[in-house]
Design a protein around this ligand. Structure first.
Ligand code: GRF
Length: 320
């Protein structure tokens, strides 16, 4: 099976959602592995469970560490080569800078049907509102609390006579089903060729006079006027014995290509047929793709293929 996404779980308490994710990751076909559990409270009970299950658990103390806590956390995530963060009862407001650093790669579970009942005391708020149905939501973490894009939800009936505790217990059962399923879909989506093509397309079409065109049936992007245009990016969708989903871009020549492949053979390859004309393959169906790096490659390839009138314009713009 393909490389699994490396997930870090952040907790502040008992960690029952953490446990659900750990046990889901034991399945052979689970697309993620739990590479780290940590949080802001060194005595969070969930950390002991993670340890007992043989997961790396880091006892961080946000209170003690103070201002450098977020940097230390980032260092721990880097050291464990984490692709995705899953918050599971992590009770700390996350600074905007940290959220920005993990844009689109940090998810959370909240015990209501968002956008209803954001924030704390969710079940009390559901009961006070007289709702007949509540539930749980997994969402992307954005700067505003409990407001990022919704990835999945499950509904749970509110029973007559429910208290905040009875409701919490039942919603928690639903949470444990929902979180592993949605996290699996979320990390797997980044390996889905359709998703990858759409992502490359967004970056490619952001460049001047770029347009979509197929090349021998594969999605590609050209630059220039319709009568005089050139491909600057072509998708490689598991062609010619090369299993990867990749984008082909123009590089500076055969020597550069050989050096790049030698330096990072998991990322780069020399595509059949295209390689001799300086197209290099960049694999995209792997966890933790650096999309800024892909955007830089697209821009470079665009510059090598665009007509002089466009590259001149860009150089003038760069000078300012
Ligand atoms: C869960 O209800 C979760 O939705 C919320 O905090 C609670 C954490 O519980 N964000 P646990 O620590 O996972 O048991």
């Amino acid at each position: 099976m393909a490389e699994r996404a490396r997930v870090a779980i952040l907790i502040s308490g008992r960690g029952s959602n953490m446990a659900a994710l750990i046990y889901a990751a034991r399945a052979d076909d689970c697309p993620f592995e739990i590479a780290l559990v940590t949080g802001d409270k060194p005595d969070a009970p969930g950390l002991s469970l993670a340890e007992a299950e043989g997961i790396d658990a880091l006892r961080m103390d946000a209170k003690k560490v103070g201002a450098s806590y977020w940097n230390e956390l980032q260092n721990a995530l880097d050291a464990a080569a984490i692709d995705t963060i899953a918050l599971a009862g992590f009770m700390r407001i996350i600074p905007a800078e940290f959220v920005a650093r993990w844009t689109g790669r940090m998810v959370n579970i909240h015990p209501s049907l968002l956008p209803d009942h954001r924030g704390l005391n969710t079940h009390e708020s559901v009961l006070a509102a007289g709702d007949r149905v509540t539930g749980a939501t997994v969402h992307i973490v954005s700067e505003a609390v409990d407001s990022g894009a919704i990835l999945g939800q499950v509904s749970v009936a509110v029973l007559p006579g429910d208290t905040a505790d009875t409701l919490a217990t039942r919603v928690l059962i639903a949470e444990h089903q929902l979180y592993p399923r949605i996290l699996s879909q979320f990390v797997a989506r980044e390996r889905d060729p359709e998703w990858i093509v759409a992502k490359v397309g967004t970056l490619a079409l952001a460049l001047p006079e770029a347009r979509f065109k197929t090349s021998h049936g594969a999605p590609g992007w050209k630059v220039g006027s319709p009568s005089n245009d050139k491909f600057f990016a072509i998708m490689w969708l598991r062609h010619h014995g090369e299993e990867s989903v990749a984008v082909l871009v123009k590089c500076g020549g055969q020597d550069e290509m050989a050096a790049l492949i030698e330096a990072d053979p998991a990322l780069y390859f020399r595509p059949a047929y295209y390689g001799p004309s300086d197209w290099i393959g960049i694999r995209l169906d792997r966890p933790g793709v650096d999309w800024d790096h892909v955007a830089e490659w697209l821009q470079r390839s665009w510059s090598l293929c665009a007509p002089p009138r466009l590259t001149k314009l860009l150089r003038v713009a760069d000078a300012f």
